[in-house]
Ligand binder design. Structure first.
Ligand code: SAH
Length: 479
């Protein structure tokens, strides 16, 4: 069942509740809170109703359910605890084209009443379409903790000053930035501490001065993580939701991009290794141009921007041109791939250090020349290393690594199509001649790589026979 979410303005509208018990009373209360004209029909009313009846807050209909009670009503809630009666109320409502809710009966309900986090005028409504109200309740509890209680006052303040805000910031991008400032700035803490007058004054002061300030653009160099959308940081999510322009690499997954603000302009500056690249200089000039036009630019990179991501060069360039910058770290491929392949990068018994390195380098000397790479107690996480595995393995062996050293290739780490290919420096190159490696792929070398064979817990595992018969490989799904 897929529901259409609405928030209904029922102020002044006649509505009906059928039932005289506690549940019915709770329903009547929320309808009264929304300003509806509430009639309540029941054979008997508990004592809890007395104050409303005496005060004339509700219109009382005494006796057995009569379909005529529905006449002229917009909504009805059946809360009698008698399933057959509830069904009859719902059926009569349907004949009259009146939306009906039957308490605890999704199938009979034309509208559902969601779990609500109330920061009026801000309301957050949660529904599972009746499938699991207990889960909706848990989500509500979580949001209750997360959402500041002063948010209601903030929204009310924004409403009061809306005319001024719109006049001051006719430009929509500038207005959005103002609202961002309102949300993130000093006003909310003032409201939280019940300093309402100061809060209002802070808003007015900002309206008087904020214009020039907010016109300046900025760039955030943001790490998108390895691809799994759950591995994005909260800070990265926030940056994506505030962005005017997003310049992203091809490595950034569609799921991550889907979390960006809807009307952000997304530009693929696809720098996927091996494919055609947009020159780094051109990307930097694009960032600069957008920022100078006052936009919030997000430069979104796979993994972490400062791990083989050229983020350092971009930061230096932007700062040299006086652009406001921030860097939001991401989960880098080595960390993510290792975790999703069940490989601890360090281990008390097997590896006391880990080295992140790339098989592609700018320097004339090969990055794997270093003798330290022969240390059997160090794990190597080699980026962009899967293609030239023959050469890499030979180099590592010549630097002192045993041919039996376990290694694993993690393809498409953290993505649904993840595959781990496990072997040794001696067997893996042979296996890879039989199996094409899909990109992106990361190579992990060291004793800890053996853990993948037993503890890979996600995606597919392909094993090269460590005895040397590379053709005999077992492939098992471990998801
Ligand atoms: N800044 C990125 C690395 C960019 S270099 C980071 O911190 O992760 C690109 C290389 O990263 C790829 O060639 C591959 O070796 C590795 N990589 C990135 N994402 C990956 C993934 N999901 N699975 C496996 N390797 C990945």
């Amino acid at each position: 069942m897929r529901l259409y979410p609405v928030f209904a303005d029922i102020a002044g509208l006649p509505v009906l509740v059928v039932g005289g018990g506690k549940v019915a009373r709770r329903k009547a209360k929320s309808l009264l809170d929304a300003g509806a004209r509430v009639s309540v029909g029941a054979a008997a009313f508990g004592t809890a109703w007395a104050s409303w009846i005496d005060a004339g807050s509700i219109h009382v209909l005494h006796g057995a359910f009569d379909p005529a009670w529905l006449d002229g009503k917009w909504l009805v809630i059946a809360a009698t605890g008698d399933r057959a009666l509830n069904a009859r109320v719902a059926a009569c409502a349907g004949e009259r084209r009146i939306l009906a809710n039957v308490v605890d009966d999704a199938a009979l309900s034309r509208f559902h009443v969601p779990a609500v986090v109330d920061r009026s005028p801000l309301l957050v409504a949660i529904s599972t379409a009746g499938a699991a109200p207990a889960i909706a309740r848990r989500i509500r509890e979580t949001l209750e903790r997360v959402l500041d209680h002063a948010l209601g006052a903030l929204v009310a303040l924004a409403d009061r000053q809306r005319g001024r805000i719109v006049r001051r910031h006719a430009d929509i991008a500038a207005r959005r930035r103002f609202y961002d400032w309102l949300f993130d700035g000093p006003v909310l803490p003032l409201l939280r501490n019940a300093r309402h007058a100061q809060a209002e004054q802070a808003l007015l002061d900002a309206l008087a001065t904020h214009g020039q300030e907010s016109a300046a653009g900025s760039v955030a160099l943001v790490g998108a993580g390895p691809g799994h959308p759950g591995l994005l940081t909260l800070q990265a999510l926030r940056a994506l939701q505030q962005a005017d322009v997003i310049l992203h690499d091809q490595l950034v997954s569609a799921e991550v991009l889907a979390m960006a603000r809807r009307d952000a302009e997304c530009i693929d500056v696809g720098k996927r290794c091996g494919g055609r690249q947009m020159a780094q200089e051109r990307i930097q000039r694009m960032m600069l141009a957008h920022a100078r036009e006052g936009r919030r630019v997000v430069r979104l990179k796979g993994g972490d921007p400062f791990v083989f991501g050229r983020g350092g060069e971009e930061l230096a360039f932007l700062r040299a041109h006086g652009v406001a910058c921030e860097v939001v770290p991401g989960i880098t491929a080595a960390v993510a791939c290792a975790a999703f392949a069940g490989i601890p990068l360090t281990h008390r018994d097997h590896a006391q250090s880990v080295c992140l390195l790339t098989a592609h380098g700018r320097r004339a000397t090969h990055p794997l020349e270093d003798r330290a790479l022969g240390d059997s107690r160090q794990t190597l996480a080699i980026y962009m290393g899967a293609e030239k595995l023959d050469e890499l393995a030979a180099r590592l062996i010549s630097r002192g690594r045993a041919p039996e050293t376990p290694c694993a290739i993690v393809e498409n780490g953290t993505l649904p199509q993840q595959r781990v290919i496990a072997g040794t420096l001696a067997t893996l190159p042979g296996l890879l001649r039989l199996q094409a490696v899909n990109k992106p792929a990361l190579l992990i070398v060291g004793e800890v790589a053996a853990f993948a064979r037993e503890h890979a817990w996600f995606g597919e595992l392909v094993e090269a026979d460590t005895a040397g018969a590379t053709q005999d490989c077992a492939s098992v799904a471990v998801a």
